[in-house]
Design a protein around this ligand. Structure first.
Ligand SMILES: Cc1cc2nc3c(=O)[nH]c(=O)nc-3n(C[C@H](O)[C@H](O)[C@H](O)COP(=O)(O)OP(=O)(O)OC[C@H]3O[C@@H](n4cnc5c(N)ncnc54)[C@H](O)[C@@H]3O)c2cc1C
Length: 406
């Protein structure tokens, strides 16, 4: 097989794909083009332990520099890929071009931007990478009053971290519940209560109407007619796949780069994986795009295998988690396609899990507990989903019966 492999993007997917390839055969020539200044690192700590300074950047790297040196991986930092010529098998960065035999697009996702009447973008903070995290850390050292726009996972995790730093926090969410409609309303309410008890002021069904900078503060008009004054505005309203550099290329894009169950795109020898790919899932028989740590790991490994012709289909069951205060929230499968919803457990100490069931098969499960107590049951649920097991609902809801025995 031809040996020149290029990976676009230096995140978690790239780290896992390159490790898989090099573990199999060190003789591949492998280059990673990253527009960031850092070796591939984990993003979950950005909104958690990195923001509170409980972790350092070095703690978040997947592999230290020696790994890339020893495996002869050519990691190019601060190098933006601007376009690709799929016919000639060339990628372009500035005035240079590079040829590939196999290409992996692992460019991840980017912040959804919020335009705020009265403010320039450079007044607004977002959180997706280390540089943005550092900017927030620097700013919050000197201030007290924080507005977070967006009640999704990242917005809520920022609120939890800022609360640890004893800041005054207001959070606005434009919809009627936190964390969107994929999370059961009951869990969303428990999380709301936890934030409120910790002093976070939450406005649901509320958006930001306009803002005005006065001295070092921002005077904010909210859609519910409340007026507040804050020192920083942090926006976390979701992400979009990073596909701008593909706009002039002929490749199938629809909510990300479309791939089949082998991470293959519509172009020969071009693969995509992780946050950027809208992939076909054979178990759910549909396309999905996921933004989760576990998916970036598994999809990266799968792409690596397929690139070096160890053909393997991808059918991992989605899984993700969020940590807020002492609460651990986990979600597996998909929770929006069901004919019955049942719950197991009824308090946060032992954990509460909601199961989304269709024709007596678990499609998804979502739970919350103090600490990761729900972890085992969520993992077992994932196995049952993968095996498409017919389950007895009366047993599932009985906390006295172990889930693995059902
Ligand atoms: C703040 C935060 C907290 C999170 N917390 C959790 C969590 O608690 N649990 C969970 O399951 N998941 C969490 N996630 C999601 C998880 O981290 C992502 O799903 C994962 O990082 C995706 O990996 P990736 O490699 O596909 O993309 P990314 O990690 O986004 O990496 C893509 C890289 O490609 C670069 N790039 C883009 N375009 C180009 C280009 N043209 N040229 C060169 N480089 C380019 C990007 O700058 C980036 O460095 C979190 C994400 C964030 C941002």
């Amino acid at each position: 097989m031809s040996k020149e492999i290029i990976i676009i993007g230096g995140g978690q997917t790239a780290a896992n794909a390159s490790k898989t390839i090099k573990d199999s055969d060190k003789s591949y020539n492998l280059s990673i083009f990253s527009n960031e200044d850092y070796l591939p690192y984990e993003r979950p700590p950005l909104s958690k332990q990195l923001l509170t300074s409980e972790k350092k950047i070095d703690d978040c790297l997947f592999y230290k520099e020696e790994f890339y040196n020893e495996n002869n991986i050519n990691f190019l930092p601060n190098t933006e890929v601007e376009k690709i010529d799929f016919k000639e098998k060339l990628i372009f960065t500035g005035d240079k071009n590079y040829s590939y035999n196999k290409l992996l697009i692992a460019s991840g996702s980017k912040n959804r931007i919020l335009n705020i009447e009265g403010l320039n973008q450079n007044e607004i903070f977002y959180l997706r990478n280390i540089d943005e995290c550092k900017k927030i850390i620097d700013k919050v050292k000197k201030i007290k009053n924080i507005l977070i726009v967006g009640g999704g996972f990242i917005g809520l995790e920022i609120a939890s971290s800022m609360s640890k730093l004893e800041k005054n926090i207001t959070l606005v969410e434009s919809s009627a519940q936190l964390m969107g409609r994929i999370i059961p309303e009951e869990i969303s309410r428990l999380v709301y209560e936890k934030h409120s008890q910790s002093g976070v002021k939450i406005f649901l069904n509320t958006s930001l109407k306009s803002a005005r900078k006065k001295d070092q503060q921002y005077q904010i008009n909210l859609s519910n007619n409340e007026k507040i004054e804050v020192d920083i505005i942090i926006v976390g309203i979701g992400a979009l796949p990073n596909t701008d550099f593909l706009n002039s290329s002929d490749i199938n894009i629809d909510n990300g780069v479309v791939t089949n169950e082998y991470c293959e795109t519509s172009r020969d020898n071009v693969y995509a994986a992780g946050d950027v790919s809208n992939f076909f899932h054979p178990i759910y028989n549909s396309y999905m795009r996921l933004e989760s740590w576990k998916h970036a790991q598994d999809h990266g490994i799968n792409a690596g295998k397929n690139i070096i012709n160890q053909k393997k289909n991808y059918e991992e069951i989605p899984w993700m988690w969020s940590d807020q205060y002492d609460l651990n929230l986990q979600l597996t499968g998909i929770c929006n396609d069901y004919d019955q919803k049942v719950s197991r457990g009824n308090n946060l100490d032992e954990g509460i899990i909601f199961f989304f069931i269709k024709k007596n098969i678990i499609m998804g499960a979502c739970g919350v507990s103090k600490g990761p107590k729900i972890g085992k049951d969520i993992r077992i649920s994932g196995i049952k989903i993968k095996n498409q097991e017919i389950i007895d609902i009366n047993k599932i809801i009985d906390k006295n019966i172990k889930l693995q025995k059902i």
